[in-house]
Design a protein around this ligand. Structure first.
Ligand SMILES: [Zn+2]
Length: 478
């Protein structure tokens, strides 16, 4: 019954869509308010790109947006409460298993073979329960809040983007497009975003040296072809950017889905990012964003008061807390051990030049560089969409942490794309990208095998039945 109702609504909506795009003056028609509250929720399941394209065709009453927001808040709370209950339950189970161990110890001074087996079973049980509890904590503290932040951003797009889009259209039609900040995109390479970029090289080198000394840098990917490909791609973006220092690219063998640039043109790209991008335009979008941080000297501008040593020291403290299971807690420890987070969690945002204002600037410049290099500039949003819709995983957390705010960013990027002259044939993907990902599978396989062998912090029981792998991990509150 409900399915039919939805079908009818979607048919009506698609008819309205057809009508509105076919009006003679090309302008979207003001649509009557759609009554079904269900359809807002359905729209929120769509990707950012789809919403940006389609939202000008929908109009809801203010009250409907407010109600949807309330529903999201309630749902988030319910999911979090559910996990909290599960956490309590897991804790109880751990306590019960520990009680059984105590009983075992009281019953005899030495283990019979049966008792030894029972002890081993209980150890494995506790180990598994602790992992589940840690995973639940990561989901509650990071995964779910990020998921709902994305939903709220999508709701905001639905509500505000149509007006924003019309305003952009007005600016373009009145010939004022180039009056926006950095509106001189056709002069890339011949304009100055920030002078004296070379002054940052020493800072970047110093940071890398200290991170290496403290054992904070993951190992590099040892594969010439992959390294060569990513370097070629990155240098091509540099040629189409305002970067005036050499770009130094390092590929890190880390599962964390992230890339970051240290001051002075030192770009680090994680294996997780290379594996997760679906095409070259997406990878180029992220790399162009990171290059923009170096161009605009964001790290340097944020670091003015602190020394590299003090920043790295802070980062090392966070890393140490994670490694020893201290204040950051078992959740973060577990996440780190399984490669959910890596450097992204420990690195100071100050060092990376991340702040709301700078992110927006890096987004704008990044989109311009990807566009100038011939890529479909929507690749960056496509990648954002992949991150936002990755459910059940927490690897995305660090990307979102080091790259905050959603609505402003998505709209900011799309706004810039709207201003840029259309390209005839924008690059979406290349066969070289596909070859790289195929080769990367080998690197990932090897790294996974090695991480399985790596001793854990607790030592741990090695004869326990295998833990569920990522794809069949227990459901965490969905
Ligand atoms: Zn950034």
């Amino acid at each position: 019954m409900r399915g039919n109702f939805r079908k009818v609504i979607s048919i009506i909506l698609s008819i309205i869509l057809l009508v509105s795009t076919n009006t003679p003056n090309g302008r979207a028609v003001m649509l009557p308010t759609v009554q079904a509250s269900q359809s807002i929720d359905d729209l929120l399941k769509k990707s950012y790109l789809e919403l940006l394209e389609k939202s000008p065709n929908f109009r809801f009453a203010k009250q409907q947006y407010q109600e949807a927001l309330k529903r999201l808040e309630k749902e988030e709370k319910t999911r979090k409460d559910g996990i909290a209950k599960k956490q309590k339950d897991l804790e109880n189970q751990i306590r019960r298993a520990q009680d059984e161990l105590r009983k075992l110890n009281i019953s005899a001074a030495e283990d019979t073979p049966e008792m030894a087996t029972r002890r081993q079973d209980l150890h494995c049980r506790i180990q598994s329960l602790q992992k589940q509890a840690a995973e639940a904590k990561v989901a509650r503290d990071n995964g779910i809040p990020i998921e709902y932040e994305n939903m709220r951003a999508k709701l905001e797009i639905l509500e505000k983007w149509p007006t924003a889009k019309a305003e952009i259209q007005n600016v373009i039609e009145s010939g004022q497009a180039r009056a926006r900040k950095w509106g001189d995109a056709e002069d890339i390479g011949y304009r100055t975003i920030e002078s004296n970029q070379e002054d940052d090289i020493k800072k970047g080198q110093e940071a890398i040296q200290q991170m290496k000394q403290m054992g904070m840098l993951p190992p590099e990917i040892q594969d010439e072809e992959i390294t060569e490909y990513v370097n070629r791609l990155s240098q091509n973006i540099v040629k189409n950017s305002d970067l005036q220092v050499p770009l130094n690219v390092t590929l890190l063998n880390s599962k964390e889905i992230n890339a970051f640039a240290l001051p002075g043109g030192f770009l680090f790209i994680n294996r997780g990012l290379l594996a997760e991008a679906r095409n070259e335009a997406q990878l180029a979008g992220v790399i162009a964003h990171e290059i923009s941080h170096a161009v605009a000297r964001h790290g340097n501008r944020l670091m003015k008061k602190a020394t590299i040593a003090s920043i790295i020291y802070q980062a090392a403290q966070i890393a140490a807390l994670i490694f020893t299971g201290g204040a950051v807690g078992i959740g973060a420890y577990y996440a780190l051990q399984y490669g959910f987070y890596g450097l992204g969690l420990a690195l100071s945002l100050q060092l990376l030049g991340v702040s709301r204002e700078y992110e927006l600037e890096a987004d704008q410049l990044g989109v311009q560089y990807a566009w100038k290099a011939g890529y479909n500039p929507e690749g960056f949003i496509q990648f954002f969409d992949i991150m936002a819709s990755k459910e059940g995983y927490v690897e995305k957390t660090s990307f979102f942490r080091t790259h905050p705010a959603f609505y402003d960013r998505i709209v900011g990027v799309y706004r810039e794309i709207s201003f840029l002259p259309m390209q005839e044939q924008a690059i979406e993907n290349t066969s070289e990208f596909e070859t790289m990902q195929t080769r990367l599978q080998e690197v990932t396989k090897k790294a996974d095998e090695e991480s399985g062998k790596r001793p854990t912090l607790y030592g741990g029981e090695d004869k326990c039945p295998p833990e569920p792998t990522e794809s069949d991990r227990p459901d965490i509150g969905r």
